[in-house]
Ligand binder design. Structure first.
Ligand code: ADP
Length: 624
């Protein structure tokens, strides 16, 4: 017998599970049954596709039994793929998924107490240590001869040694601890199986002894005679829920299925069930989780949609079933037309798959749109979680751009909460030529921009695009419903609010712009007279093709070389500060004041003056 140490992350996970999931310890059974079902899925699939295992015949089943007397035990047995020595070592001695590891590392103390969060990534096998002081696994891999026994007390090590098992599959024997004793009885097991595992596709049998009392016969103590009958009863309904007729399914059925299959203790926000017949025949059942999956922004996120072919499970690890931006969607795609031995390569080029995928996207987006129109309250919840991925779609899914433009939401200078482009358009003033927005910074910085104030003063609404990807995305949009989108902090918007009177004034004030430009030298691209600013002396704007401050920061983070971007300084000729410059002959004073005006305008955009010392010296000079 060889004893081996758990990898450290397993030890951490064990600790975490035992201390955080305690209030919810019954989920261990769901986890073990789901592993058993996965193992049967794998064997079924290989028996249809794998050279070595083709034609392997077996009756899939899961058996659960327990001993009530003596040391109480609970046993979960499956006839799935099984594990050999190396599998036992790899699967039960380490945590394979790097996402899980990263997730664990990123949890704060508070989050560690949130069992729902932890449940989301499927704590799996180890959760059984909440109820067991010892776990024994006896397993035999399909197509191999020997069997193996894995055993551990969940402390720090486990052992593996040869064993006996007549058939392929795994038997998990839990020696229950005090916390687990309550599960060694028929009623609680039956309840738990119904509650969590009713939709498992394979029959789950419970073995128990039914006790009969015979009043007509007495035992030696004069009590009614007690006889035991050994029973094996199927507990779950074992049918693929998504294949049942919609009319036979209740809201509760859908929700239960979601919670059991996708590790979420919250109800989904909503779900969409489609049974398509015709050229391609398929069923999809999609769910939108109430909270965005924890790994939504990890590069190695786990895809949420499982692929079945004619009810045979194929994979839950295929990211291309839906486009990346819909990675928060959970659910099932079941096709009648794909071949069972569909490989990843085939999947990616398959015409049937492509048509299911594009129909699914249309269906999902269409449903989002319906909800946005008919159920604003629900849509607000949806947007709070998924606005950002939809914006990614705007960037990446050209074919659905029009729908996506109606789905995304932005903050606004005049309204609370989020607004749609459609709402913005309905509020546009007579003669207003463009949808105005400002982007490229944090919300509070953008909101307090003097440019936004200028537009507000003139009665125009400005969209505050403060999401980190807005900048990149919005530059690709161009227009919404034939109305152009225009950034008010870029040069192209300078003429927006200009009247003939303003143009005359511009001519008249040209000399002061020249004067400031000379004083600032190569710090600015140009100095222009504003017809928009009201209270502030100046604002900085960017050339139409220049990256914003935020975008520059992003490019720097990604290690890219960025050419120096010089701002345009827009000055307010009516401001007293600018008048002081206009009326001064003192070259040094003009230079100091011009520099402070520029630095102040940059500060307002969230940019620190590059030379703090010079900035404060200038300020002091001016103040004295
Ligand atoms: P997960 O199921 O999320 O991968 P688990 O900790 O539950 O994580 O299980 C780890 C791995 O152990 C599984 O991925 C699987 O390969 C293997 N495994 C667990 N239970 C069984 C079983 N009953 N039959 C075959 N393999 C199993």
């Amino acid at each position: 017998m060889s004893s081996r140490k758990f990898k450290t992350e397993v030890a951490d996970l064990l600790h975490l599970i035992i201390h955080s999931l305690y209030s919810n310890k019954e989920i261990f059974l769901r986890e073990l049954i789901s592993n058993a079902s996965d193992a049967i899925d794998k064997l079924r699939y290989l028996s249809l596709t794998d050279e070595k295992l083709k034609g392997y015949s077996f009756e899939p089943r899961i058996d659960i039994s327990f001993t009530e007397e003596g040391g109480r035990t609970l046993t979960i047995k499956d006839n799935g793929i099984g594990m050999n020595e190396a599998d036992l070592n790899d699967n039960l001695g380490t945590i394979a998924s790097s996402g899980t590891r990263k997730f664990l590392a990123s949890l704060t103390e508070d989050q560690k107490k949130d069992s729902n969060l932890i449940g989301q990534f499927g704590v799996g096998f180890y959760s059984a240590f909440m109820v067991a002081k010892k776990i024994t696994v006896i397993s035999r891999k399909a197509g191999e001869d020997g069997a193996w026994k894995w055993e551990s007390d969940g402390e720090s090590s486990y052992s593996i040694e040869p064993a006996e098992r007549s058939e392929q599959g795994s038997t998990i024997i839990l020696t229950l601890n005090e916390e687990g004793e309550e599960y060694a009885n028929r009623w609680s097991l039956e309840n738990l199986i119904k509650k969590y595992s009713d939709n498992i596709a394979y029959p789950i049998y419970l073995e128990y002894d039914q006790v009969h009392y015979d009043n007509d016969k007495k035992d030696e103590k004069g009590e009614p005679l007690k006889t035991k009958e050994h029973k094996v009863e199927q507990i779950n309904s074992a049918s693929a829920l998504w294949k049942r007729p919609k009319s036979s399914l209740k809201d509760e059925d859908y929700k239960e299925f979601y919670k059991n299959s996708f590790y979420d203790s919250d109800d989904p926000l909503f779900y969409i069930h489609t049974q398509a017949e015709g050229a391609t025949e398929y069923t999809t059942l999609f769910y939108i989780p109430a909270k965005a999956p924890f790994d939504m922004y990890y590069a190695d996120y786990r895809p949420g949609v499982k692929l079945y072919v004619k009810r045979v499970y194929i994979t839950d690890d295929e990211k291309d079933l839906l486009p990346t931006y819909l990675r928060f969607v959970r659910g099932v795609i079941d096709s009648e037309d794909l071949p069972l031995n569909v490989s990843r390569e085939i999947l990616q080029e398959n015409r049937v798959m492509a048509s299911i995928r594009s129909a699914s996207v249309k269906k999902l987006l269409g449903e989002f749109k319906k909800i946005s129109e008919n159920n604003p309250e629900l849509y607000a919840k949806f947007i709070a979680e998924y606005n950002r991925p939809l914006k990614e779609g705007l960037y990446s899914d050209y074919s659905n751009r029009d729908t996506l433009l109606d789905l995304v939401r932005y903050k606004s200078s005049t309204e609370d909460g989020y607004v749609s482009l459609k709402e913005y358009k309905s509020r546009m003033k007579d003669g207003q030529k463009a949808i105005y927005y400002i982007s490229g910074g944090k919300e509070d910085v953008l909101r307090t921009s003097p440019l936004v104030a200028a537009y507000r003063e003139k009665g125009y609404e400005v969209l505050i695009m403060c999401d980190d990807i807005d900048d990149i995305v919005v530059s690709t949009i161009g227009e919404y419903d034939k109305t152009p989108l225009r950034a008010i902090n870029k040069a192209g918007a300078l003429d927006d609010l200009k009247s003939d009177e303003d143009k005359a004034k511009e001519e008249e004030k040209k000399p002061v712009a020249e004067k400031i430009k000379k004083a600032l030298g190569d710090k600015v691209k140009d100095v222009v007279i504003s017809s928009r600013l009201t209270d502030s002396p100046a604002a900085v704007i960017l050339g139409d093709d220049d990256p914003s401050v935020q975008m520059q920061r992003l490019m720097k983070q990604m290690g890219g070389e960025i050419p120096e971007v010089k701002p345009l300084l827009e000055i307010n000729p009516d401001s007293a500060v600018i008048a002081r410059i206009e009326n001064s002959d003192d070259e040094e004073f003009v230079k100091a004041l011009s520099t402070v005006v520029l630095d102040q305008a940059l500060l307002q955009e969230g940019v620190m003056p590059s030379d703090i010392k010079a900035f404060t010296e200038n300020l002091t000079k001016l103040l004295s």
